[in-house]
Ligand binder design. Structure first.
Ligand SMILES: [Zn+2]
Length: 78
């Protein structure tokens, strides 16, 4: 079991920060994860590292594994 999150990779070339945007759960990390959003859905996000704003789609998200559960105040995008 592992704490799995959906993460968004900043598309600023020199940045590339991975930002966790939704908690999937404490689950088997080898499962296939299905995004709960449509292919056409768009998100606009400002990166906390490079401060640039980009538009993202379902293809922009990737599941990542972490040791810690979400901290207090963590907000899921979806
Ligand atoms: Zn960035």
């Amino acid at each position: 079991m592992a704490h799995m999150y959906w993460a968004l990779c900043c598309t600023t070339p020199e940045c590339g920060r991975f930002e966790r945007v939704a908690y999937i759960g404490n689950v088997n990390p080898y499962l296939a994860f299905i995004l709960p959003i449509g292919e056409d859905e768009q998100f606009t996000a400002t990166c906390p590292q490079c401060d640039k704003t980009h538009t993202y789609t379902a293809a922009s998200f990737a599941p990542i594994r972490q040791d810690q559960p979400p901290e207090d105040g963590f907000e899921n995008w979806f």
